[in-house]
Design a protein around this ligand. Structure first.
Ligand code: DC
Length: 221
């Protein structure tokens, strides 16, 4: 596809809908960068845990944020220059990211970084508030969703592959609780942008999801 270097594509949706895998593949197909904004919230959460900083302590949080750098290089997530790809995927970090991503000071810092990334280059950015808040004028916005049951099944397969035990009922309950927390928080909640194209991956595999997205992009260009 010609002239993709300034193309900005926003992909939002709930946890487990397949956003990051689809976004990564779409970015590769279009030869543009992929920005995983969830990884940025996770990196801040990791630092909060490591430094024992309470995100409700406004002064301590302000100081921590002023000394924190989150970036991407060669597909890696960098926290203050350190590659933290694995460290940000623990369940403790998932919980802390889910809670602390509701804090406005954290969101303001990361949203500013994300907007700056979108100003200089073409990219596929995935998250919860990308089409509605971070890149409201993105050329393409997708809202990728799937039933809670299917998302829970995918998550349990991932856990089993990692050698962990998985209880489907508790995973479903967990996903339902996270959906509610992400979509009802005060600042920049998970939102389907008015002009977003909804893609339901309940009955689609990841290749089919990417084809649907590419189909929309090709048909408009
Ligand atoms: O997509 P993920 O599970 O890696 O995201 C980690 C947490 O960050 C998740 O609880 C939702 C939050 N998040 C957010 O609030 N806004 C974004 N743009 C991306 C993620």
């Amino acid at each position: 596809m010609e002239n993709t270097e300034r193309l900005r594509i926003a992909i939002d949706g709930p946890a487990g809908a397949g956003k990051s895998t689809a976004a990564k593949r779409l970015a590769r197909e279009l030869s543009i960068d992929y920005i995983d904004t969830g990884a940025m919230y996770r990196a801040i959460a990791l630092k909060l845990i490591r430094e024992h900083v309470d995100y409700n302590d406004a002064e301590a949080l302000k100081e921590l944020l002023s000394e924190t750098d989150v970036d991407f290089r060669d597909g890696h997530v960098l926290l203050d220059g350190e590659i933290v790809d694995k460290d940000i995927r623990t369940s403790a970090v998932s919980r802390m990211a889910s809670d602390s991503s509701a804090v406005l000071a954290i969101r303001e810092k990361l949203v500013a970084l994300q907007r700056a990334m979108g100003e200089t280059k073409g990219l596929v950015m995935d998250g919860r508030d990308i089409g509605s808040n971070v890149l409201p004028d993105a050329e393409y916005k997708f809202y990728l969703t799937a039933s809670v049951h299917v998302r829970a099944c995918r998550r349990s397969l991932e856990m089993i592959e990692k050698g962990e035990t998985a209880d489907l009922d508790s995973i479903e309950a967990d996903i339902t609780a996270r959906d509610l927390q992400d979509s009802t928080r005060t600042h920049h909640p998970l939102t389907q942008a008015e002009d977003a194209i909804v893609v339901d991956s309940t009955n689609l595999n990841i290749g089919e999801v990417v084809e649907v997205m590419l189909g929309h992009i090709r048909s408009r260009r």
